[in-house]
Write a protein that binds this ligand. Structure first.
Ligand code: NFE
Ligand code: MG
Length: 483
């Protein structure tokens, strides 16, 4: 007979998540992901000055405030028809990039890796080394990662003034600037961070690891002991021995809004929708469903620009305070794996072809992106010209609605704003974790994490480590999810 397991609260996670699993003969046959808190940011925005979005929306989250700032600024820039000097592009990309790098580093070492040290794995060849490196709080690599995180935060301070909730991000650039001295310091600190990646995380030069373009070459790389005993090498061995390459299959549809706007109108990471092949992305195809969400409305699904946020705590059949965003009516996975596939990263493209989406592919995509960004940030720093402006004086008139799309650490982040008489009429936010952690939609389709959990075999229902790995591989943030 099927047994119901509830994990509530799910630990080592931003915000509050309840997971309910129906388990039959040690196999999960159905899963429910619930955001158990209402926050109401969308309710406090109407009637305010549009510029207030820059101050209020970053408070949605303590770990991705910069991403919300960037999305709000893009939204406002569209509504104002604002122009931005070149330095503004690079500064905003650095703020977003360092936040993402810091987030991926913290996720791996502080949130994900402690599950790898479970006594469950004491028969694996890497058990001792994994415990020595990744034990929560005092594993030898965890201690070094915390120091590296501090370097990343110093860069954030130099570029964005403060973190979280930098006030420097504006539609027309940044109110923080850099001079030759702060630029030199930032480059030095970024080099220290790169040093940690090369010496401890990879056991080789960043460029050597980024040149790996297939899974076979990754295995070849790992056979060199210097690489195999790096944090990433150990993790790869662990994934293969523990079967993390075989659990956590998502919907196999991916979406990216594209991010890191460049002065020539292009983006460093492209936008797209992937369902076997990459297709053009169209934000008009997004709708948020509320069939299983604690909200009332005359219709079940709306485009965010027309979104309604009207809480109904005792709604029959509802089980989450998250709405359920869908693209063209379908569930899609967002995040580093989606971005790497849509950007055509050769390693991740090959891994997905060979072994499908899984805990391992999702984690490798995140760690790959951390390295790619670290390299790219050096280029953006080089393009900053302290003698040129960082900010243009904005217009105080808002002539159209605004849509601000970007990519936060956890995936596609969008802000939609309707303006009336120079005031906010409606402000809707759709966060990455709302996509990945969404409940069922009006057609009963489970969200991506719910789908990834279904079918997994759990060896000990009192300690479902497999479930922990799968949920954490999406790096959920429930504060953002329910906003
Ligand atoms: Ni609260 Fe966030 C990111 C956003 S996740 S962490 O990354 O937006 O939904
Ligand atoms: Mg919303």
């Amino acid at each position: 007979m099927a047994k119901l397991i509830a994990i509530d609260p799910f630990n080592r996670l931003e915000g509050d998540l309840r997971v309910e699993l129906e388990v039959d003969a040690n196999t999960v046959i159905s899963a429910k992901s619930s955001g158990i808190m209402f926050r109401g940011f969308e309710r406090i925005m109407p009637g305010r000055s549009p510029m207030d979005a820059l101050v209020i929306t970053p408070r949605i989250c303590g770990i991705c405030s910069g991403s919300h700032g960037v999305a709000a600024a893009k939204c406002l820039a569209q509504a104002q028809g604002a122009e931005m000097p070149e330095n503004g592009f690079h500064m905003k990309n650095l703020i977003l990039g360092i936040e993402v790098v810091m987030s991926h580093l913290s996720h791996y070492y502080l949130l994900f890796a402690p599950d790898l040290t479970s006594p469950r794995y004491n028969k694996l060849s890497v058990y001792e080394s994994v415990n020595q490196r990744f034990t929560a709080m005092n594993g030898s690599s965890v201690v070094l990662a915390l120091k590296a995180r501090q370097s990343a935060l110093e860069i954030m301070g130099l570029v964005g003034g403060k973190w979280p909730n930098s006030l420097a991000i504006h539609p027309t650039g940044t109110t923080s600037t850099m001079n030759l001295s702060s630029l030199t310091r930032t480059i030095g600190i970024l080099n220290e961070f790169r040093d940690f990646l090369e010496k401890r995380f990879l056991g080789c030069a960043l460029s050597e690891w980024l040149d790996i373009d297939s899974f076979d070459k990754l295995l070849e790389w790992q056979s060199n002991p210097q690489h195999g005993e790096s944090d990433l090498g150990l993790f790869l061995t662990m994934c293969l021995e523990a079967g993390l390459d075989r659990i956590g299959k998502g919907p196999n549809r991916y979406m990216s809004y594209g991010a890191y706007d460049l002065p020539d109108g292009s983006t460093w990471l492209p936008k797209g929708y992937f369902d076997g092949r990459t297709k053009p992305f169209d934000q008009a195809l997004i709708k948020e469903h509320i069939g299983a969400s604690f909200f009332r409305d005359a219709v079940e699904a709306r485009h965010p620009l027309d979104g309604v946020t009207s809480p109904l705590a005792d709604k029959t059949g509802a089980y989450s305070w998250a709405k359920a965003p869908r693209y063209d009516g379908k569930t899609v996975e967002v995040g580093p794996l989606a971005r790497m596939i849509i950007a055509g990263d050769p390693l991740l493209t090959d891994m997905i072809r060979q072994m499908d989406s899984s805990v391992m592919t999702r984690m490798f995509a995140r760690l790959r992106e951390m390295c790619r960004l670290t390299k790219e940030m050096s280029n953006w720093l080089e393009r900053i010209n302290p003698a040129e402006p960082f900010y243009a004086v904005p217009s105080s008139r808002f002539t159209s609605n605004g849509i601000g799309l970007t990519e936060a650490a956890r995936g596609s982040l969008g802000h939609w704003m309707k303006i009336s008489s120079n005031l906010i009429d409606n402000y809707q936010v759709v966060t990455p974790s709302a996509w990945n952690m969404s409940p069922r939609d009006e057609n009963g389709q489970p969200g991506p994490v719910e789908q990834a959990l279904t079918g997994v075999s759990v060896s000990d229902t009192n300690d479902p480590v497999e479930v922990n790995h799968i949920i954490r591989s999406f790096d959920p943030c429930m504060s953002c999810t329910v906003h």
